[in-house]
Design a protein around this ligand. Structure first.
Ligand SMILES: [Zn+2]
Length: 94
């Protein structure tokens, strides 16, 4: 199965979003854009391409309007939630 994240459109979008130099949209702190290559795959503070509407909820992988800049750690901590600190939608707490 082909991985769309290895495709050129995805890489182009990643490069574009990275080039914006934005802070992390989840925590609001600066992203360390000096971290690149293999180090970026390990660093919690490196840039990752995140998506405002999670892919698992129907968000577009390749739509620039859905692209966000995030720290690796914030991106992975977020999972499928639609906002960083959104309260869990629990209808009853008892
Ligand atoms: Zn962050």
């Amino acid at each position: 199965m082909a991985n769309i994240r290895n495709g050129r459109p995805y890489r182009r979008l990643t490069a574009y979003q990275r080039g914006l130099g934005l802070p992390c949209w989840l925590c609001g702190y600066e992203i360390d854009y000096r971290i690149t290559g293999d180090e970026a795959k390990r660093s919690s503070w490196a840039f990752t391409l995140d998506h405002a509407q999670p892919l698992s909820l129907g968000g577009s992988l390749l739509d620039p309007a859905n692209a966000r800049s995030a720290h690796r750690k914030c991106n992975s901590a977020r999972g499928n939630r639609t906002a960083a600190r959104a309260p869990q939608r629990v209808s009853r707490r008892w």
